[in-house]
Design a binder for this molecule. Structure first.
Ligand SMILES: C[S@@+](CC[C@H](N)C(=O)[O-])C[C@H]1O[C@@H](n2cnc3c(N)ncnc32)[C@H](O)[C@@H]1O
Length: 268
């Protein structure tokens, strides 16, 4: 039995080394190459290099369906995004504006990444690489005219925005509790009545998780929940729960509609 176990451990360690070697090969050689090719061909790039691709297809579908539905009604439409990175979500909103021939997307980002951001993102900050990729992506996606980038921290820009001035707000900036809660409180004020506030990275409902563990680790970016064995963003979960209580959520995307006397859930 002991021998069998030792053989199994050796085999899985070997397999792990092979997978790791492939991953390193891909990250060091293939993905920068794919990035360069896209730059030369003037096509948008949302691959792994510089962590350019940030949202999965299922989540993007929920976001696309919601924004297309919202753009059907009302007059001019102003969208505000906090946290754009390589522009993947900004382009999703802008593509809907272009398709519906209505709306404008204002995006706020430092293009500096948070302190606890993954290594790939830290690499993107050097020599303005990520901001240049953002500009390349919006241009090559044909939505340049629908996006207005505002370079600065969410705290600073919040001070100069008028209350009740946006129809749709999407928060995907710093995911740590303190900053995430500040962003929620600051930006809910600039949302119009009947508008939608939304955001990324709410993988689990606070009532599903080990709440004490999440509160203790809420300044970390992404951790494993011991109760569900699922990775999640504790800061986002705790901040949203404190500000709104329960929210509408699907595939990690969340949203709430502002009404005269509070907040209403949204069909996702
Ligand atoms: C997760 S990425 C955004 C991904 C993007 N929404 C997408 O789907 O492609 C987070 C972004 O927030 C920005 N960010 C972090 N803290 C910020 C802050 N306090 N103010 C403005 N931007 C911030 C980072 O520079 C980074 O670009």
């Amino acid at each position: 039995m002991k021998e069998k176990l030792e053989v199994m451990i050796k085999k899985s360690a070997f397999l792990y080394r092979i997978v790791k070697a492939f991953y390193c090969f891909y990250m060091i050689l293939i993905s920068p190459f794919q990035y360069k090719v896209k730059m030369v061909l003037k096509q948008p790039y949302f691959g792994r290099y510089l962590n350019a691709g940030q949202t999965c297809d299922t989540r993007r579908q929920v976001m696309t369906d919601l924004i297309n539905r919202e753009l059907l009604g009302g007059m001019p439409y102003k969208i505000l995004e906090i946290g754009s990175w390589a522009g993947q979500s900004a382009i999703l909103w802008a593509t809907a504006c272009k398709k519906n021939d209505k709306g404008m997307v204002f995006v706020i980002d430092t293009w500096q990444a948070s302190e606890n951001a993954p290594k790939g993102m830290k690499r993107g900050v050097k020599n303005n690489r990520i901001f240049n990729l953002f500009l390349h992506n919006i241009e090559s996606s044909g939505v340049n005219d629908y996006i207005i980038p505002i370079k600065g921290s969410s705290d600073t820009i919040a001070e100069i925005l008028k209350p009740n001035s946006f129809d749709f707000i999407y928060i995907d900036g710093d995911h740590r509790y303190t900053q995430c809660k500040k962003d929620l409180l600051n930006y809910m004020k600039v949302l119009k009545i009947n508008g939608i506030i939304s955001g990324d990275d709410l993988e689990l409902h606070p009532n599903e998780i080990d709440i004490i563990n999440a509160k203790n680790r809420c300044e970390e970016d992404y951790i494993l929940d011991p109760k569900t064995q699922i990775n999640f963003h504790p800061g986002v979960a705790i901040a949203i729960n404190e500000v709104f209580g329960d929210v509408s959520m699907k595939n990690g995307f969340w949203a709430m509609r502002k009404v005269k006397d509070g907040w209403e859930s949204v069909v996702l």
